[in-house]
Design a protein around this ligand. Structure first.
Ligand code: ATP
Length: 341
């Protein structure tokens, strides 16, 4: 029997519920402090309790996963809490392509892959002295928007950077990534690529709610001007967005270009769930500032199936269940090596 394992955070509930619905065993690597939360859900068969997620690299935990023929589903927490080297050294088969996760974590590699996929990306600004229009300043890796800030010129940049350093939010040594700010309607486009069917599926779209930048929009400009705190882009939750149907063709093209580029650059390519994140401007032109090469937490809003998947499947299909279905199909046809790394 195959088991599905994941880390207790991000989208673990959705992933394990989907696996259970598909009749697979479910294992959660759970920090002791969250044990009470996850014990509430009966679809979790087994908990591997740890103090820190990096403990899953230890032989005793790897053995449990091996005995259960587990496939590990990577998500944002794995990337945020482990280095690329650590992730690549995990012996348990990882769903999708673990090598592409490095391309997600490193800003320069990320930009390279996005350009290869012909995604319209915002211009990077190489040095703070070159800031001559509104930019967003980001940290490396999947920081979830924490410690990000906007700046209009070098002086503004230095002032805000100093403030975040003094608050201990970023470190002095940290290399920050500066990118032109793209204004518009946020849309995070969620896809699934099946190497078994060689088909791309569009699952849905979401918007992120980020604090405290969103809170700022709720107060009058008079108070905004008096606010000296650097607002952050810390993700608090997600909500659904359904796109104008006329945008869908381009959405599929972007997804397909990304899959094709990944195949060329980082074998075996972009298998499984991924997300292209960006904004639509006033002319409905999409600019993409980010991709995630694994399931995103925004898919949690469609635990009972998404509008677009209701067009493809005649049953409620979450992203977690879709992953489990792919694993079951691969297992049944002896193709697990095609969908894991
Ligand atoms: P995660 O890994 O959780 O996706 P991250 O740390 O890689 O997050 P981004 O997704 O790149 O961060 O950015 C966080 C947020 O900052 C976005 O959700 C968006 O609101 C805003 N943002 C990022 N880049 C831009 C940009 N170029 N223009 C406008 N807004 C942006």
């Amino acid at each position: 029997m195959t088991a599905i394992a994941t880390l207790g955070s991000h989208c673990a509930l959705q992933v394990l519920k989907g696996a259970k619905d598909e009749g697979l065993k479910t294992i959660l690597v759970c920090e002791r402090k969250r044990e009470r939360l996850y014990r509430r859900f009966s679809f979790i068969d087994e908990l591997i309790l740890v103090d820190s997620f990096t403990e899953i690299l230890e032989q005793k935990h790897q053995s449990i996963l091996e005995q259960n023929n587990a496939v590990l589903i990577p998500h944002g927490t794995l990337i945020a809490q482990m280095s690329s080297e650590q992730i690549e050294s995990i012996k348990t088969p990882i769903f999708g392509n673990k090598w592409i996760l490095r391309w997600e974590s490193d800003r320069t590699m990320k930009e390279k892959l996005m350009r290869e996929a012909r995604l319209p990306v915002p211009k990077p600004v190489l040095h703070s002295k070159d800031i001559d229009k509104l930019v967003i300043v980001k940290r490396q890796g999947a920081a979830g928007g924490k410690g990000y800030f906007l700046a209009a010129n070098q002086e503004d940049y230095n002032k805000k950077r100093e403030q975040l350093i003094s608050q201990g939010i970023i470190s002095k040594e940290e290399t920050l990534y500066i990118q032109e700010y793209a204004a518009g309607v946020l849309a995070y486009l969620q896809f699934f690529y099946s190497p078994l069917k060689e088909e791309l599926e569009f699952f849905g779209a979401d918007q992120r709610h980020e604090s405290d930048i969103e809170g700022l929009a709720r107060i009058p400009s008079e108070q905004q001007l008096k606010n000296t705190k650097v607002p952050s882009f810390n993700v608090i939750g997600n909500s659904p967005i359904v796109l104008r149907e006329s945008l869908l063709d381009e959405v599929y093209t972007m997804g397909e270009n990304f899959v094709e580029a990944s195949k060329r650059i980082v074998s075996p390519g972009m298998n499984g769930p991924f997300c292209i994140e960006g904004v639509y401007d006033e002319n409905a032109k999409f600019t993409s500032f980010e991709f995630s090469a694994r399931i995103v937490a925004g898919t949690n809003i469609y635990m009972d199936g998404s509008p677009y998947y209701s067009l493809l499947f005649n049953e409620p299909m979450s992203m977690g269940k879709r992953i489990a279905r792919e694993i079951k199909t691969a297992k049944g046809t002896n193709q697990l090596d095609k969908i894991t790394t």
